[in-house]
Design a binder for this molecule. Structure first.
Ligand code: AP5
Ligand code: ZN
Length: 217
């Protein structure tokens, strides 16, 4: 199964992708995570991407398309994958289609997660994660059960993304509406787009996604 999770920053793409990995045994391909890994490794791509990401703008299509093209050739993608945060421009949408066509494959589902802007800003501004296992928490509604200790791995180190603040979030949202939202029309015209209400509780959103996947596979 090859699936795209489409939605603005903070919509819950990463949260839902994590759950789908477990249920469907296919990997999550998050271009944001891949770029953050390149930044942490101080690779050439990472050095180019850092300032762009910190400001909330999009990294160039060429860089991102190349990263994804390399990734989907790896063995663990043979059964399928979940694209999270990619494609994000019409150019990237054309690129992924060409990559798949080359291999005789196609996309099975494009699921748009809809959330109002004011909720997105609140979700992203309060987000932090375990520095060790990556479990995501929130200042207001999802603190670790024991203060300062990760529920999953027991680590006491947490981190925040440099782009998770209200000002950068405004730039990220502008970029979403300018560059990424045209993909909604693009996939609608192809007949592959489905929508879920991302303002429901996390479990309910997962159920809505699963209903789409099971109805059509
Ligand atoms: P990326 O890492 O992709 O970030 P993003 O799209 O801004 O998305 P987020 O990770 O912020 O949100 P999410 O939808 O995954 O939400 P999450 O599940 O974490 O990109 C970062 C940057 O990298 C970009 O700005 C750009 O510079 C660059 N980049 C990446 N891909 C690129 C590309 N293709 N082209 C060019 N540049 C690219 O949830 C958010 C919070 O909400 C969490 O705290 C979570 O617990 C909570 N939450 C989730 N669902 C719910 C719910 N249903 N109810 C209540 N709370 C919820
Ligand atoms: Zn942890």
């Amino acid at each position: 199964m090859r699936l795209i999770l489409l939605g603005p920053p903070g919509a819950g793409k990463g949260t839902q992708a994590q759950r789908l990995i477990e249920r469907h045994g296919i990997p999550q391909l998050s271009t944001g995570d891949m770029l953050r890994a390149a930044v942490a490794a101080q690779s050439e791509i990472g050095r180019k991407a850092k300032a762009v990401m910190d400001a909330g703008n999009l990294v160039s299509d060429d860089i991102v398309n190349a990263i994804v093209s390399e990734r989907i050739d790896q063995d663990d993608c043979a059964k399928g994958f979940i694209l999270d945060g990619y494609p994000r421009t019409l150019n990237q949408a054309d690129a992924v289609e060409a990559m798949l066509e080359d291999k005789g494959l196609r996309l099975d589902h494009v699921i748009e997660i809809k959330v109002d802007d004011d909720i997105l800003v609140r979700r992203v501004s309060g987000r932090f994660s375990c520095a060790s296992c990556g479990t995501v928490y929130h200042d207001e509604d999802r603190q670790p059960k024991v203060a300062g200790v990760c529920d999953v791995c027991g680590s006491t180190e947490f981190k925040r993304r440099p782009d998770d603040n209200a000002e950068t979030m405004r730039t990220r949202l502008r970029s979403y509406y300018r560059d990424t939202s045209p993909l909604v029309g693009y996939y609608h015209c192809k007949g592959t787009l489905r929508r879920v209400d991302g303002m429901q509780p996390i479990d309910v959103v997962t159920d809505s996604i699963e209903a789409i996947l099971s109805a059509e596979t």
